[in-house]
Design a binder for this molecule. Structure first.
Ligand code: PHE
Length: 326
């Protein structure tokens, strides 16, 4: 009994319990010896043993409670958090200007009820060219210096193949954008072999979609991106749209007065667009529909928004540039 008082931790207490009440414990042994006694003695000794066991158990449990409480307190003391201490300095990263720009573009079109579609980066000739009214002999294929694989596959040169994939999968109405990486064999101040485009396609049954719809959404979108700018449409050519246009905004650096960035024209070209060519609809088996499409380069937008003059600097992971976007 006295031993119980001297014990200071739960482990020794349990060892003591086993020593006394365990299978080979002292008390258990005494109980086993009972069968050798005569009846009178057995009754007497059994009573004593039972009392002893009850008393021991009671003391044991009491001590256990006390020790458990003590250990809990020690644990709390050890784990105490000092909320007044300074924490380690956390280095925050910055969102890359291309991602920031892409997020803004996607945000606009999602708000305008466009859905987002993606497609593979490795494309085949049909989706990247053929179905987009760019047959094998077409000189416009030269506009897009293509990376080819050994088989007939290629790295997609624009996001327009996602138009084809979407139209082959679903019926009009379609209202989609497709953001993603594209690849061309080009590398200079304003070109990198990999860059990002956002494609948009709207198709409705009948002749519901007109150039006026296209003009409206682009003017609205470009003022959302660049603020108070003038927007102009210049006749152009793309094999997959007819009529086609290139879209300029008034130069955001000189307000249209003319400067080095806009080559003293007062205008900056920002995207290509048009009404979807009848041959594209034919290639995907659409009849009696109308639609518009446009495609833009995300890096070009990012350079204009952040006033970055060398496109290549966006891909050099130079912290001196990136840290400015925190
Ligand atoms: N795919 C064209 C390009 O990469 C952009 C574009 C898309 C133009 C849709 C018109 C319509 O240059």
């Amino acid at each position: 009994m006295i031993e119980i008082y001297n014990i200071t931790n739960l482990k020794s207490l349990d060892e003591l319990r086993i020593k006394v009440l365990g299978k080979k414990g002292v008390l258990t042994n005494e109980f086993a010896k009972l069968k050798d006694l005569n009846e009178d003695e057995r009754k007497k000794v059994a009573k004593e043993l039972n009392e002893l066991r009850d008393e021991f158990s009671e003391k044991l449990n009491l001590k256990k409670e006390i020790l458990e409480k003590k250990e809990q307190e020690q644990l709390l003391q050890k784990d105490k958090i000092d909320v007044t201490l300074f924490s380690k300095k956390v280095e925050l990263g910055a969102i890359h200007p291309v991602n920031y720009t892409l997020d803004r573009i996607v945000e606009y079109f999602v708000n305008m009820n466009f859905s987002i579609h993606t497609g593979p980066l490795i494309e085949d000739d049909f989706h990247n060219f053929e179905a987009l009214n760019l047959p094998n002999y077409h000189p416009a294929r030269d506009m897009q210096d293509t990376f080819y694989f050994k088989d007939s596959n290629l790295l997609r040169t624009h996001t327009s193949p996602v138009q084809i994939r979407t139209m082959l999968k679903q019926k009009p109405p379609i209202r989609m954008i497709s953001p993603g990486a594209v690849f061309r064999r080009d590398f200079d101040l304003t070109h990198t072999p990999m860059f990002h485009q956002v494609e948009a396609l709207v198709v409705e049954e009948g002749d519901k979609v007109s150039f006026a719809n296209l003009k409206y959404i682009l003017e609205n979108f470009l003022t959302y991106m660049f603020g108070d700018v003038k927007v102009r449409f210049r006749p152009s050519f793309f094999p997959f749209t007819e009529p086609s246009a290139e879209v300029d905004i008034s130069c955001i650096f000189c307000n249209g007065d003319g400067c080095r960035v806009c080559s003293h024209t007062g205008w900056l070209e920002v995207l290509g667009c048009g009404l979807v060519d009848e041959n594209v609809f034919k290639a995907v088996g659409y009849k009696n529909v109308s639609g518009y499409a446009f495609g833009l380069g995300v890096e070009r937008f990012a350079m204009l928004i952040h006033k970055i003059s060398d496109l290549r600097s966006l891909f050099e992971s130079d912290l001196r540039l990136l840290e400015q976007f925190k």
